[in-house]
Design a protein around this ligand. Structure first.
Ligand code: SAH
Ligand code: SF4
Ligand code: F3S
Length: 474
């Protein structure tokens, strides 16, 4: 049997695509391997969002070249494919820069991998078309055995591409226009996941809250309605969604955080910056105060919600004062987690042509200050969970014997010690310690503070957490 090694960079969309690529290749006789040296086919599923991410591909290709030579010396062939967003953005350029590459395949073309591999036997191939046919329709149905092997949580792409054109961002160019999958297709895939044992689905899209799929009733459904329908699926205990744009945070979606117990109290809502001038230059189409008001409404609906965000420091023209407004917004909102980046000029995006680029040293200093503040908030949020009773979805065995690893409703990693549970169980545990990255909990059945929750303390249940505790971020 042939073996394929897939390495994925970038966002959750790429994680989903990487899995689907291996699904496409399985009927072609490819088994997946984690050992690149064993692989007859190496696929790098790339990300173009920042320069560093894009350049990583070329250093990885350097390593792959050595490996391919070593395998060739042993009489074994290796095919090398570059997929994902760098493939889409750079196309044939990749073939010029890296002789080792046999095929370049865009994120909307990977369903054609079998044909592409056959064509690559005759000569190098570039396939970065946005095809007329629906990629998802061309993908094979989910195989229960393969889904089970991936664990009890799954990503499900419901929307792809982006029409927002933030002035710093490559996504509208690499992924194309915003397209939503029809509701029936999404529900079908979700049912297949649940039947294979998946307990938690994260519906994903570059702009997932702009979802507008065709419903079975012929009408357009938004994300809130889709989440309500997903919540009906038997076996699915938890739902999440990512990534959202503040402009698309509609009332119905906010209400879903109040009304749907399956919808976990966690929201990733990128804001990027706290200055209205910078937000306008970024073409984000909202102000800092509008963002604050959205957060207030979400917290009214779900007081214990964990908020997460993305930030860019050193956007062209950003002054010290404007950066100070980002710090103020962080202090005002209080985030449970966050990602922050130095602005990276990307070819073809409007902001890259701005004359007033911020010096690297200034970006470095601002990023350090921002990350220190965000890290303090993350730790404060985690500390505030200690002593609480929470339902943890067990995902896998922990690093040490007797440990299990899972996630809290607020997407914190939780290590449960000394419990007899299996992946897929939802355990009601008391969080008794916060480490630097994980929380630690005792096995179910420990004494607990009954005033803290309405859930039963000593049971392993499949109910979802419906606590109303608000977290103070101090
Ligand atoms: N669709 C999502 C973001 C996808 S990209 C949204 O609109 O929020 C993920 C994050 O990468 C962005 O939120 C942004 O913070 C960061 N990012 C995107 N382009 C960037 C660039 N040119 N330089 C630095 N960070 C960037
Ligand atoms: Fe990029 Fe903006 Fe679209 Fe997000 S909303 S993918 S940041 S263009
Ligand atoms: Fe990167 Fe493409 Fe995702 S550029 S962030 S992999 S959509």
């Amino acid at each position: 049997m042939k073996k394929v090694y897939v390495k994925s960079y970038g966002c959750q969309m790429n994680v989903y695509d990487a899995e689907r690529m291996t699904d496409v290749l399985a009927p072609e006789g490819y088994a997946q391997t984690d050992v690149p040296e064993e692989a007859d086919l190496v696929v790098l599923n790339t990300c173009h969002i920042r320069e560093k991410a894009a350049e990583k591909v070329y250093s990885e290709l350097g390593r792959v070249r050595v490996m391919k030579q070593e395998r060739a010396a042993a009489g074994r062939e290796t095919t090398v494919v570059v997929a994902g967003c760098v493939a889409q953005a750079e196309g044939a350029e990749i073939l010029k820069r890296a002789q080792v590459v046999d095929a370049v395949v865009g994120p909307q073309s990977y369903q054609r991998l079998p044909e592409i591999l056959r064509a690559a036997e005759r000569g190098r191939v570039v396939d970065t078309e946005f095809p007329i046919e629906d990629k998802f329709d061309a993908l094979p149905a989910l195989d229960a055995r393969r889904v089970r092997a991936r664990g009890v949580t799954a990503f499900l792409t419901v929307q792809e591409g982006c029409d927002k054109f933030c002035s710093f961002c490559v996504v509208p160019y690499t992924r194309g226009a915003e397209v939503s999958r029809p509701v029936a297709k999404v529900l079908g895939e979700a049912r297949a996941l649940a039947e294979a044992g998946v307990r938690e689905i994260t519906v994903i899209g570059q702009n997932v809250n702009a979802y507008h799929g065709e419903g079975p009733d012929g009408r357009t459904w938004g994300l809130a309605r889709l989440l309500h329908a997903l919540a009906e699926i038997e076996g699915l205990a938890r739902l999440r969604y990512t990534t959202s744009h503040p402009r698309d945070m509609g009332d119905d979606l906010i209400a879903a955080h109040r009304d749907l117990p399956q919808l976990m109290p966690y929201l990733h809502l990128p804001v990027q910056a706290g200055s209205d001038r910078v937000l306008a230059a970024m073409n984000r189409k909202h102000t800092a105060d509008e963002y604050r008001r959205i957060v207030d409404r979400v917290r009214d609906a779900r007081p214990d919600i964990a908020l997460s965000s993305d930030f860019i420091v050193g956007f062209p023209g950003e002054t010290d004062g404007e950066f100070g407004e980002t710090m103020r917004l962080v202090a005002d909102v209080g985030f449970a987690s966050a990602f922050s980046f130095k602005y990276s000029p990307r070819p073809g995006t409007p902001a890259a042509d701005e004359a007033e680029q911020v010096p690297e040293a200034v970006k470095v200093e601002r990023l350090a200050r921002l990350q220190a503040a965000l890290e303090e908030q993350r730790r404060a949020f985690n500390r505030a969970t200690v002593g609480r009773v929470a339902e943890v979805l067990v995902e896998k065995p922990g690093r040490h014997p007797g440990q299990l690893a899972g996630k809290s409703p607020w997407l914190q990693a939780v290590v449960i010690e000394g419990a007899r549970l299996a992946p897929g169980d939802i355990a009601t545990v008391r969080i008794d310690r916060a480490g630097s990255n994980s929380l630690f909990a005792e096995a179910p059945g420990v004494p607990f503070d009954a005033t803290n929750t309405s859930a039963a303390p000593s049971s392993v249940s499949t109910n979802v957490f419906a606590g109303e505790a608000a977290f103070a971020v101090d």
